[in-house]
Design a protein around this ligand. Structure first.
Ligand code: NAG
Ligand code: NAG
Ligand code: NAG
Ligand code: NAG
Ligand code: NAG
Ligand code: NAG
Ligand code: NAG
Length: 408
């Protein structure tokens, strides 16, 4: 496979960083016996697999010094392609994350129909819309590991013209690096032959208690703060954007901006029913990250755009990103049938409960390709530079953020 030089140039930085110590680029990277590739930060370690370029384990010590594995997944890489539920555990949805209305979009007057894979009906047995790039989206495919060192791993994927109905070739490189207690990722994609929609994300299921909380099996007691998210993308009954950008009024169920609040804090409010689609209680919402009024800012320091923490484990996650939207899903679709990994749970709790996790996705406005009025840059062609997504997920203990007692 000949890789476009533009992509290689962009990838040069992470690759150069990746080639610092141990391994040299001419030895083929090796996974462990479970098919997982491990990388190490400082008090933080993580494993990744080729399937979906997914994060499979992410391990951080809680406030008692106990190792917690904070992400949902499976014990071995092989099982990801065996499991039929396919919950998109930790993968990179692509080439277009989230939903596409009616599985259609238009570029320069040409209408495209891509493969549907969600909300099947009698008249539309494959579905009414496309979710995460279609039935064989990127997170159903094996990426290629192109570099692996002690603290970094890079994956590539080639998505050919016509796959799932999308126009044009796309080359992409995903690089994950652990720097200290930060998980950094960069996703780069180039459309080399035709204009096409591109939007990527990391679809990771979090439980900051490592699914081992012995007081509750849900993540509803996690505290969430979205300080820039005074608005969200309005959706219909099947979570397809209507075009409306809605206000998250202060004190309403979707208000995580005026002050931090527990994810379950508004579950007694009648507005929470239907908040994530028809008769659905909870969250599956695209919050916008409104920072335009700041002028120029550095996404590495302007933030976090989201903070999630759990009092039980004392673990805090701060999210920094250059993206403008943040999807929060409260795992209402889990029902206790999905097994936990052996690194997780308690003797009693061996499965993921309803509301047992939170999916946090940095991305752009969902289905922006069907809403030109939002003026999002979501169609990428050979004349454009690369699509680039950057994010930094920072881990710490809540006790480190508590204000020191006032000396006076
Ligand atoms: C892989 O993991 C799955 C799910 O955790 C388990 O059922 C299966 O036995 C494992 N296979 C191997 C070879 O370890
Ligand atoms: C993807 O990789 C897994 C191992 O990580 C392997 O079991 C599976 O067969 C691979 N799938 C394809 C389509 O190559
Ligand atoms: C929905 O898709 C169908 C093709 O499956 C097409 O005929 C129709 O025009 C589309 N509707 C809209 C509103 O784009
Ligand atoms: C619950 O877990 C905490 C933290 O690991 C532990 O200190 C406590 O003893 C556990 N309680 C019970 C009832 O098992
Ligand atoms: C979880 O939060 C609810 C209120 O949101 C509270 O009633 C409950 O005691 C909390 N449970 C734990 C284990 O912290
Ligand atoms: C709505 O959901 C509740 C439980 O989640 C269920 O009992 C009820 O039948 C549902 N209503 C409809 C109209 O589907
Ligand atoms: C739980 O969810 C899975 C996956 O959606 C489904 O296959 C299974 O039938 C559900 N089980 C129950 C008891 O609802």
């Amino acid at each position: 496979m000949k890789w476009p030089t533009k992509l290689l140039a962009l990838a040069a930085l992470p690759l150069a960083l990746a080639q610092d110590s141990e391994s040299s680029s001419n030895t083929k990277p090796k996974p462990d016996k479970d098919g997982k590739y491990w990388i190490y930060g400082d008090g933080l370690k993580a494993s990744f697999i080729e399937y979906g370029a997914s994060v499979s384990n992410l391990i951080f010590n809680d406030q008692y010094g106990i190792e917690r594995d904070l992400v949902a997944g499976f014990d071995n890489a092989t099982y990801y392609s065996v499991d039929k539920q396919h919950p998109h555990f930790g993968g990179v949805p692509g080439r277009y994350a989230n939903r596409i209305k009616n599985s259609t979009f238009e570029i320069d007057g040409h209408k495209y129909k891509v493969k549907a894979n969600e909300n099947p009906t009698k008249d539309h047995p494959d579905g009414l819309d496309t979710l995460h790039g279609g039935p064989d989206g990127w997170d159903w495919r094996n990426f290629t590991v192109v570099a692996h060192t002690k603290n970094s791993i890079s994956f590539t994927i080639f998505d050919p013209d016509g796959k799932e109905g999308f126009p044009g070739d796309v080359h992409s490189m995903i690089t994950y690096t652990l720097n200290g207690r930060d998980w950094d990722f960069q996703m780069v994609a180039l459309a080399t032959t035709k204009k096409t929609p591109i939007m990527l994300s990391s679809h990771t299921y979090w439980n900051l208690d490592g699914f081992a909380n012995n007081e509750t099996n849900t993540a509803l007691n996690h505290t969430l703060s979205l300080p820039y998210s005074g608005q969200r993308v309005g959706v219909d009954n099947i979570l397809i954007p209507t075009g409306d950008i809605l206000a998250n009024a202060k004190g309403s169920v979707n208000d995580f901006w005026s002050k931090p609040k527990q994810v379950g804090a508004s579950f007694g409010d009648k507005e929470i029913v239907g908040n994530c689609g028809f008769n659905c209680t909870g969250y599956d919402n695209c919050f916008t990250i409104n920072r335009e009024s700041l002028g120029n800012f550095d996404w590495r320091t302007e933030g976090p755009v989201a903070t999630l923490s759990s009092d039980w484990s004392g673990i805090q996650l701060d999210v920094f990103t250059d993206q403008t939207a943040f999807q929060v899903y409260s795992c209402g679709g889990q029902n206790g049938s999905m097994a936990l990994k052996k690194t997780q749970g308690t003797k009693k709790q061996r499965t993921i409960a309803k509301y047992g996790c939170l999916v946090l996705e940095v991305q752009d406005y969902i289905d922006g390709i069907n809403h030109p009025e939002w003026m999002r840059k979501q169609i990428w062609g050979p004349e454009d530079g690369p699509y680039v997504l950057n994010a930094k997920y920072r881990f710490s203990l809540t006790s480190e953020h508590k204000k020191k007692p006032c000396s006076k």
